[in-house]
Design a binder for this molecule. Structure first.
Ligand code: PLP
Ligand code: COI
Length: 331
């Protein structure tokens, strides 16, 4: 498998589209058109009324196609929609849309031997022309897909820097997958990349004392074989994190903690990793706090991180049995 970062847009043949008009969703259909036609005053363009999701389909070792926990993405989309005054997309329609897109693009799912996956990106946006600040009444949802490999270079550990700006307000939208959380991070990630870092590590926006997450993934730590997951109401509830917590506790029988983690204490931790659908589990090599570097490892994955990553991947590829309901088979 290509170990370099490989997470970019390319047009695949089919995407699923459905519209919300007069208070209800339509039937929805597959389309070969990757373009969106919008009114110049569509609410999404001015007021960022857009939420999205990200999930993966894999080829298993025995050649089946499985989606990893799509029901959890559906649930999180629902909470994003509620907070953004957007309509709920029903569960049956969500799963049917995933199924249709995966099936229609199935020749683009990397083989088990290649590694990689088909990444499915559902996005919902407000299309109504608005001038005053108010919610759209009409919406569109699309599920498109791309073939992906690693989000970060798999031969290197990630380099993070402590951010000087916040990604979310204390009672804001940090806990949902809304485009606006990413819009504010774009100049910050550009600056981080220019300075040789892979990601920004955000601290809590109220006291700047606790560890939150990075721009595109949750974070966790290991100390004396215990896996420690930072808790915060302003981070995205990561499905990979919930899965990793389960794997650590129920499969590997490791001690876990989910709690507030001060930035100060991480100096004493043994391993550090990011977790997310795109980034899977990515070992973190160092965190730079304005020139003071906390070093976890130098391009070597720590033993517990390695075990967690292997177990997660083995589940996703059908090498070891998945906990009930984790794999949604697409026939
Ligand atoms: N945090 C942020 C800000 C993200 O964008 C993502 C990616 O989805 C995650 C965490 C990880 O969440 P998940 O594991 O559900 O993909
Ligand atoms: C994901 O992991 O699915 C995301 O949406 C994160 C993004 C940075 C690619």
């Amino acid at each position: 498998m290509n170990t370099k970062a490989n997470f970019s847009y390319h047009k695949l043949p089919y995407r699923y589209i459905n519209s919300f008009v007069d208070g209800k969703w339509g039937e929805g259909e597959l389309s070969e058109d990757e373009r969106i036609i919008l009114n110049e005053s569509a609410c999404v363009l001015h007021y960022c009324q857009v939420v999205f999701e990200g999930l993966k389909a894999f080829k298993t070792i025995d050649g089946r196609i499985v989606c990893f926990r799509p029901d959890m993405n559906k649930k999180r989309l629902e909470s994003s929609c509620k907070q953004m005054n957007m309509p709920i997309f029903p569960k049956e329609k969500f799963l049917a849309a995933v199924e249709q897109v995966v099936k229609a693009n199935k020749e683009y799912i990397p083989s088990f031997e290649e590694g990689g996956s088909l990444y499915i990106r559902p996005i919902m946006y407000g299309t109504t022309p608005t001038m005053g600040v108010k919610s759209a009444k009409e919406f569109e949802i699309r599920f498109f897909a791309v073939s992906v490999g690693n989000y970060f270079d798999a031969n290197k550990t990630a380099r993070l820097r402590v951010s000087d700006v916040d990604r979310a307000a204390p009672k804001g939208t940090g806990n949902i997958k809304a485009g606006l959380n990413y819009a504010m991070s774009l100049s910050n990630i550009t600056d981080a990349h220019n300075k040789g870092f892979n990601e920004n590590l955000y601290l809590d926006p109220k006291e700047r004392k606790y560890v939150e997450e990075t721009g595109g993934a949750n974070i966790f730590f290991i100390k004396d074989n215990k896996v420690i997951f930072p808790y915060s109401e302003s981070i995205l509830p990561s499905i990979t994190k919930m899965s990793t917590m389960y794997i650590a506790k129920e499969i590997l029988h490791l001690e876990i903690e989910e709690r507030k983690v001060t930035f100060q204490e991480i100096e004493n931790f043994d391993e550090c990793a990011l977790c997310g659908t795109a980034s899977t589990i990515t070992p973190v090599g160092l965190i730079d706090d304005h020139g003071h570097q906390i070093i976890f490892s130098n391009d070597v994955i720590g033993p517990i991180t390695s075990l967690l990553l292997k177990t997660l991947k083995d589940i996703q590829h059908g090498i070891i049995p998945a906990p009930k309901g984790w794999l949604y088979e697409i026939k």
